[in-house]
Design a protein around this ligand. Structure first.
Ligand SMILES: [Zn+2]
Length: 381
């Protein structure tokens, strides 16, 4: 397959030219025009496919739906957002429920399903978080970080847990070490930890933050906490929900200024109502209301996951930052997280011999086509 007459966003520059895909691999990247038969992209953008490392679900599905068929459905639907890979988030569940969901999810992972976006594994967001910053997680099901519990979940999932959100202040560092030894990314979040208390686990090796500013203390000169620690350390990758609701667009400017494009990854944190009509839905056992892109708890109005699509969050981020280059944008949608997940040798950027996981965007950054492993799996009408 040849994609021609396109603006191709490479890791460090942009070329106007054409790209050749053979089987599932990018075979060549060329400047200028070609007489070869191909798809004319009319000067639209080709970017590496988006990678969402924190998405609970959408289109009526979430991890807690707990069925192979629904996991497939989600993978099929999410390509319309330009996503080519994702890590499926779980909320806080009982151990019994989690073991059930994990074993169903293991079946899905064993399929190596490629008729939709590729699932890279699980982002376990609960139960190892703090009651102080539990957000929409169910208080009675929270547990202190516990290696034995995690071991059970890893086993049930078929070793498919990739990221664990946890509160470092509720353990002695051994939980963090255990995750790193087991190739799991420790992601600090949903905690009221102080700036100075972050140091110990940073030394041990955490370099990932669950949705910066959400589920942690904000910027305070008297009581610096996790948000300030995350902004302070250059080598910590921060998830950012850039839906314009969880973070004010002006705060996006501030985050970008402080962190720069190399240590931000855009996420959705979307729940099962994403892509569905406004109305009442469930997040785990909790009742929520979706209105537009916003999802909140019915009982308290607290934000509960998110309802925005990945491409919406990309556009919101792009329009918040003055003169954001496309080469810097793709760091935040694909490159940084591909590096963090240790898959950057195969995907996450447009390079010869990498897997052809691509998204075609028009001038307004609307998704025109999504290509997973060299196959066009989505085309806008
Ligand atoms: Zn989440």
């Amino acid at each position: 397959m040849i994609l021609k007459n396109a603006k191709i966003v490479l890791e460090n520059n942009i070329i106007i030219g054409w790209l050749e895909i053979e089987n599932n691999i990018i075979k060549s990247i060329n400047e200028g025009s070609t007489d070869l038969d191909g798809i004319n992209l009319n000067e639209n953008w080709i970017l590496p496919g988006f990678i969402d490392c924190h998405v609970h679900g959408g289109y009526g599905v979430d991890f807690e739906t707990g069925s192979l068929e629904s996991y497939k459905l989600f993978s099929n639907k999410v390509v319309r957002e330009g996503i080519t890979s994702y890590v499926q988030g779980s909320v806080t569940n009982s151990l019994e429920s989690n073991l059930m969901f994990m074993s169903e999810f293991k079946k899905f992972m064993n399929l190596n399903y490629k008729d939709g976006a590729k699932c890279l594994g699980i982002h376990l967001e609960g139960p190892f978080i703090s009651p102080d910053k539990k957000g929409a997680h169910e208080l009675s099901l929270l547990e202190k970080p516990n290696i034995q519990t995690l071991q059970k979940l890893i086993e049930a999932s078929g070793n498919n847990i990739k990221i664990v959100t946890y509160a470092p202040d509720l353990q002695d560092g051994s939980f963090t070490k255990y995750m790193l030894e087991n190739n799991i990314i420790p992601s600090v979040g949903h905690t009221n930890i102080s700036f100075s208390d972050c140091e110990r686990d940073y030394e041990i090796g955490f370099r990932h933050i669950t949705h910066l500013f959400n589920g942690m203390s904000g910027v305070s000169q008297y009581e610096p906490g996790l948000a300030m620690f995350s902004l302070y350390k250059d080598d910590i990758l921060c998830e950012v929900i850039s839906d314009g609701i969880h973070i004010n667009p002006d705060t996006l400017k501030f985050i970008y200024k402080v962190k720069g494009p190399n240590s931000i990854c855009i996420i959705t944190d979307a729940m099962n109502a994403k892509g569905l009509d406004d109305g009442e839905y469930k997040l785990g056992n909790l009742e929520v209301i979706k209105k537009g892109m916003k999802v909140s708890l019915k009982s308290s109005g607290v934000l509960a996951g998110a309802g925005a699509t990945y491409d919406h969050n990309v556009r919101t981020f792009y329009s918040a930052i003055d003169n954001l280059s496309m080469t810097n944008l793709i760091k935040m949608t694909s490159i940084n997280i591909a590096k963090q997940l240790n898959i950057f040798d195969k995907t996450g950027s447009i390079e010869v011999n990498k897997i052809a996981d691509l998204v075609i965007l028009d001038q307004n950054l609307n998704v025109k086509k999504t290509i997973v492993e060299g196959k066009i799996l989505y085309e806008s009408k």
